[in-house]
Design a protein around this ligand. Structure first.
Ligand SMILES: [Zn+2]
Length: 375
C-alpha cells in the first residue's frame, strides 16, 4: 500500500488520452488531476485504473497543484482508492464510505455468489462477464477486471461513480463498467446489472436474431421480448450506449456478436433473467431438432401472462400499445425474430421422410444384392 500520493495536474487539457495516461504513469503518478469538463477517453480511464492511478476531477477553474499528501488507505477501510478525495466534488460528488457499510458488505457477498453461478452454468469464460450494483445515487459496486467470476472474493470489488471513476477498492474495476453505468443513468429502477456470454443466447446474438415469443410462460413473464443492440467494440462508451434505445422497456438485451446484459432490482434477479433467457434459447434449439413444429400459446393466454408481469412491476415493450399492437404479442411475423420452426417431417417439404429413406436404402440394397446374385 502506498503511503504517499503523487499528483499530476493536467486539468488544463480539454481531452485526456491514452498518451497522457501513459505519461502520467511514466512520471510515477498515483493521481491524475483533470478538469471536470474535460473528456477522458475510455482507454485512458482503463489504463489509469489498471495502474492504480486515481482520476481526480477538479472543479471548474480550480487549480490543482502537484503535491505529496499522506494517505492511509486503511483509515477508511476501503482500499487503495478509498481516501475519498478522489471523488468528484459538487453536483456528482460520490461517497466512498458507501463501500464499507453493512449493506455494501452483503452486496459484495451476493455478487461473489452470483459470479460463481455464472461460471458454474458456463455463462462466462476466462475473466469474461461483469456484475454491478448501484448502492447510492452516484456510487456503483462492481467486479474487477481480469478476475474469473468463479474466484471472486468481496475484497476484489471496486466502487465507481456514475462516470466510471474508481473511488474505492484495491483492484481496478471492470473495463466494461460503462455498459452498466449507461443503464443506471437511463433506468432509475435498475439496481443491478449482469453482463455475461451464455452460449445459447449468444448464439442468437451472433445471428442478429431474437427468440420468438408466446412459447414458454416463464420466459414471457420474466424476460418477454428481447431486444438486440448493434455491435460495437466492447468496453467503449460507444458500445455502452448501444443499449440505450432498449433498456427502459426490456430488462434483457442481446448484444450483437458478443453476449447479453440484464438489469433488475437485485443482483440475484438480474442473474435469474440471464438464466431464463439462456434456458429458453437452449430449449428452442432442442425443440427445433425434434422434427415437429413448435406449438405456441394463444394471444389471449399471452395477455394473461402480461397481466401477471405488470403486477410484478417488470418492464415489457408490449405494455406500450402505441408502439406495439396487441396482435403482436406473438412476434412470429416481426422481422428480426427467429422462430426456429423445424421443417415438418412429412408433407410436401421436398425432403424425404425417414420412412422414405428406409425404403430407398432397402431398394438400393435389394438391387445391389440382386446384381451380385446374378453374377
Ligand atoms: Zn462481454
Amino acid at each position: 500500500m502506498k503511503n504517499e500520493v503523487k499528483n499530476i495536474d493536467i486539468s488544463g487539457q480539454k481531452t485526456v488520452t491514452m498518451r497522457d495516461a501513459q505519461s502520467a504513469h511514466a512520471a510515477g503518478a498515483s493521481r491524475v488531476l483533470v478538469c471536470e469538463n474535460s473528456v477522458v477517453t475510455p482507454s485512458a480511464r482503463d489504463f489509469l485504473a489498471q495502474h492504480n492511478i486515481v482520476l481526480v476531477m477538479s472543479g471548474q477553474g480550480k487549480t490543482a497543484t502537484q503535491s505529496v499528501h499522506k494517505e492511509s488507505s486503511g483509515a477508511t477501510g476501503s482500499g487503495a482508492y478509498g481516501s475519498g478525495s478522489g471523488a468528484p466534488k459538487g453536483r456528482n460528488a460520490s461517497n466512498p464510505k458507501l463501500f464499507s457499510t453493512p449493506e455494501a458488505e452483503a452486496i459484495k457477498k451476493e455478487i461473489c455468489e452470483v459470479g460463481r453461478k455464472l461460471w458454474l452454468r458456463q455463462f462466462v469464460d476466462g475473466n469474461g462477464g461483469n456484475i454491478s450494483y448501484r448502492i447510492g445515487p452516484n456510487e456503483v459496486i462492481c467486479t474487477p477486471t481480469l478476475v474469473s467470476k468463479f474466484d471472486l472474493t468481496p475484497e476484489d470489488m471496486s466502487l465507481v461513480d456514475l462516470e466510471g471513476n474508481q473511488i474505492a477498492g484495491t483492484k481496478p474495476r471492470t473495463s466494461e463498467i460503462f455498459l452498466h453505468l449507461e443503464i443506471y443513468k437511463e433506468v432509475p429502477e435498475a439496481k443491478s446489472v449482469v453482463h455475461c456470454h451464455p452460449p445459447h443466447a449468444t448464439a442468437y446474438a451472433i445471428t442478429g436474431k431474437v427468440p420468438p415469443n408466446l412459447i414458454v410462460p416463464e420466459f414471457e413473464v420474466f424476460v418477454g421480448k428481447v431486444a438486440i443492440s448493434p455491435y460495437k467494440t466492447p468496453g467503449s462508451v460507444e458500445f455502452a450506449q448501444t443499449v440505450l434505445p432498449f433498456v427502459k422497456q426490456h430488462n434483457t438485451v442481446l448484444l450483437a456478436n458478443h453476449g447479453i446484459v440484464c438489469w433488475a432490482d437485485t443482483v440475484t434477479h438480474a442473474e435469474w433473467y440471464a438464466e431464463v433467457l439462456e434456458t429458453y434459447c437452449w430449449t428452442l434449439m432442442l425443440a427445433s431438432q425434434l422434427g415437429v413444429p413448435i406449438s405456441h400459446i394463444s394471444e389471449q393466454q399471452g395477455s394473461d401472462l402480461l397481466a401477471i408481469k405488470k403486477k410484478l412491476g417488470l418492464p415489457d415493450i408490449r405494455f406500450d400499445t402505441s408502439r406495439m399492437k396487441e396482435c403482436q404479442l406473438s412476434d412470429l411475423e416481426v422481422p428480426n425474430s427467429i422462430a426456429l420452426n423445424p421443417t415438418p417431417c412429412d408433407g410436401n417439404t421436398g425432403r424425404p421422410s425417414e420412412a422414405d429413406l428406409e425404403m430407398l436404402v432397402k431398394s438400393v440394397t435389394d438391387a445391389v444384392m440382386g446384381a451380385l446374385a446374378a453374377k
